[in-house]
Ligand binder design. Structure first.
Ligand SMILES: [Zn+2]
Length: 462
């Protein structure tokens, strides 16, 4: 029997090549032109789970893309770990900003990844991080080191809001029963500063539509005499923040969790360089809510951002027109205790209330999810902490993330178990952006660390 490190060094090239094959399939869930590829990816994931030795592997149909379910049950009296991940990826646009094609993975060295990183859409989010779990299971089964039962649930709609996951989970509660849920779909601070995400922000996503006159009008004949929906929409959006960058939606902050000074001080201990942050983004100043640091603004505070805005004439040259309609897509990142459906309703009521005469406003909710916090004194967290200590030789820092994984709150509600977010990516891995990549060191470190989580979790559970 080998320890994870020995096994990985022996099988390293194969582990990398298998991931590369998976990354070649363009599983873009948002674009129906890639439907076949997305289904094909589900099959590839299912096959990989069969190959490492799962007893049961199923491709479960949903009203959308299928969910891959697999398990290896060794003893019903032992604990069960449920691994969640996703096989779909974000659209790769804008394609011209990629240095190499998004679905033709290449390995390149970077300053942060001197051992090389795999560049491809999905390398980090989430094919690479999901596949670490498949390979960790391979190690545990091949070396008789699997100390408990394991289930996998890998979905294909995470990047489009996990539309059918709740549907699936609600129908399969017994099948999915577990003692802890393990997800690698987040990052850590740096390769020499491991961290575990303990909090996630929730999300409310809406689309707004402002309608003025019943048709596009000549801006000379009508300009100045009727409400211009684009002007009005811009004004309404601008009013959603005050001079201190507080959000003006009535009731928005009512349930926001207030952290104590001690907690904020502890957060402030995480290494952070404002200079580096600005340099990485080519900005001369940061911007945000008064009274909070950059780290706090992007983790423990809620936000409201326009994600897209359109209307009128945007083609070449000029067209003198007052558009009949203007639109925007708006996302609100929420913190624990803010209920996303309540926030969506508050936004809708507020936005309708500030609409001036001369236009009508329509607010359409898209999707959302609740925020989440993992207690750092739970067995799951402590087992993960010990696993990182074993392989990184450092205690990981608990970290609140600005991102959202709405399904984590759903799991807690439906499956009554806590989720541990063992992410091995870096912020600089460019997930959702051109040139997404995942460090080979990170990939292999993940495979090495995961089996220790199982070992310590089962030990502490006794
Ligand atoms: Zn993801």
């Amino acid at each position: 029997m080998q320890d994870p490190k020995e096994y990985i060094s022996q099988h390293k090239d194969r582990f990398i090549n298998e991931l590369i094959e998976l990354l070649k399939i363009p599983s873009i869930s948002a674009n129906s032109a890639f439907s076949e590829a997305t289904h094909q990816t589900a099959k590839a994931v299912a096959n990989s789970l069969k190959k490492v030795g799962c007893d049961v592997v199923e491709i479960c149909e949903t009203p959308g893309y299928p969910i891959v379910y697999a398990h290896k049950m060794i003893d019903p009296n032992l604990p069960t770990v449920l691994v969640y991940g996703h096989y779909d990826v974000q659209p790769p646009d804008p394609l011209n900003l990629w240095d190499s094609p998004p679905f033709e993975p290449v390995i390149k060295k970077t300053t942060l990844h001197p051992e090389g990183a795999i560049f491809a859409r999905g390398a980090c989010d989430d094919k690479g991080q999901m596949y670490m779990h498949v390979k960790a299971l391979e190690y545990m089964i091949a070396n008789q080191k699997l100390p408990c039962n394991v289930k996998f649930m890998i979905e294909g709609e995470e990047e489009i809001g996990s539309a059918n996951l709740a549907w699936y989970v609600a129908r399969n509660q017994d099948k999915l029963s577990n003692d802890v849920i393990l997800i690698s779909d987040t990052g850590m601070i740096a390769n020499d500063i491991p961290s575990i995400t303990t909090g996630l922000r929730g999300l409310s996503y809406v689309e707004v539509e402002v309608t003025g006159p019943n048709r596009d009008l000549h801006s000379g004949l009508y300009g100045g005499a009727v409400a211009n929906p684009i002007n009005i929409l811009s004004k309404m959006i601008a009013s959603l923040h005050d001079d201190n960058n507080h959000i003006t939606v009535k009731g928005f902050y009512d349930k926001v969790e207030k952290l104590t000074k001690a907690e904020r001080d502890k957060m402030g201990e995480a290494p952070f360089s404002l200079e580096y942050y600005k340099k990485a983004l080519d900005i001369d100043a940061v911007y945000g809510e008064k009274g909070y640091t950059t780290n706090e603004r992007s983790s423990i505070r809620p936000t409201l951002d326009v994600n897209g805005i359109w209307g009128g004439y945007t083609g070449e040259g000029a067209k003198t027109v007052i558009a009949s309609k203007a639109y925007a897509k708006i996302s609100m990142r929420l913190v624990p205790h803010q209920d996303w459906e309540e926030i969506t309703a508050l936004f809708k009521a507020h936005f309708e209330s500030i609409s001036p005469a001369g236009v009508t406003v329509k607010v359409t909710p898209h999707h959302g999810g609740q925020g989440y916090v993992t207690p750092i004194d739970s067995i799951g967290y402590r087992a993960a902490e010990k696993a990182y200590e074993k392989t990184f030789e450092k205690t990981p820092i608990p970290q609140r993330s600005g991102g959202s994984i709405p399904i984590v709150a759903l799991f807690e509600q439906e499956l009554k178990s806590k989720t541990i977010l063992m992410g091995f990516g870096l912020d600089s891995d460019a997930i959702h952006s051109p040139n997404e990549h995942f460090g080979i060191w990170n990939y292999l470190k993940g495979i090495e660390t995961i089996p220790y989580f199982y070992e310590y979790f089962v030990e502490m559970k006794k």
